[in-house]
Write a protein that binds this ligand. Structure first.
Ligand code: 5GP
Length: 205
């Protein structure tokens, strides 16, 4: 029987909420059956980051060519750099019946929503606005002006919660991972998905 298509899971949320940390913790679990879509970016690799594992690092010219050739499912410009999701990997993996996980910022998530309305959208939320501000300021590497910009953007991004299917509070990384795992399991049990399979079985017998 033909494979059922995998689920496309999009995790997004405001700047500073800890998306990268939650994603890494989720994928370090031994029992997780998700396939991470590695993004393309024009930002420079940080220490320890590996080409093809953390990102595909490209020049602006290369990235713009990928846009022109429709090789990206979505892309966005974030703090002066491009970030995008290669479409081929997503299509191929979903067609093989495997679940694909994207960890992207909110503008990109909204583009995916238009292209894949059937995807599962999870909003990672801070326990409080105060906590979010603390995390943004706490990175400590940025100028006052940049911090102000990030805080403003994060407040606006919080309002985008309405566009998502689920909200996961990131009060503790491991708890946030448990919640995401539970959501994915539940989504696989959704009547619409399961009923299709039974319908096919009944037709065969
Ligand atoms: P960082 O530079 O810290 O790795 O990532 C910056 C932001 O870009 C994060 O919010 C991350 O979720 C987002 N991001 C990473 N990959 C993609 C992508 O492919 N598309 C979009 N739209 N955002 C991405």
């Amino acid at each position: 029987m033909k494979n059922e298509r995998g689920l496309l899971i999009v995790m997004s949320g405001p700047s500073g909420v800890g998306k990268g940390t939650v994603r890494k913790a989720l994928f370090s679990r031994p029992d997780i059956n998700l396939h991470y879509s590695v993004s393309v970016t024009t930002r420079k690799p940080r220490e320890g980051e590996v080409e093809g594992v953390d990102y595909f690092f490209r020049t602006r010219e290369q990235f713009e060519q990928m846009i022109r050739e429709n090789k990206l499912l979505e892309w966005a410009e974030y703090v002066g750099n491009y970030y995008g999701t290669p479409i081929d990997y997503v299509e191929k993996t979903l067609a093989e019946g495997k679940d694909v996980f994207l960890e992207i910022e909110v503008q990109g998530a909204m583009k995916v929503r238009r292209a894949f309305p059937e995807a599962l959208f999870i909003f990672l939320a801070p326990p409080s606005l105060k906590e979010l501000e603390k995390r943004i300021v706490g990175r400590g590497t940025e100028s006052k002006e940049l911090i102000e910009n990030r805080l403003r953007a994060a407040r606006e991004e919080l309002e985008m919660m309405d566009e998502y299917d689920y909200v996961v509070e990131n009060d503790e990384v491991e708890l946030a991972c448990d919640r995401i795992k539970a959501i994915v399991i539940a989504e696989h049990c959704r009547r619409e998905r399961v009923a299709k399979r039974y319908k096919r079985m009944l037709e065969v017998e």
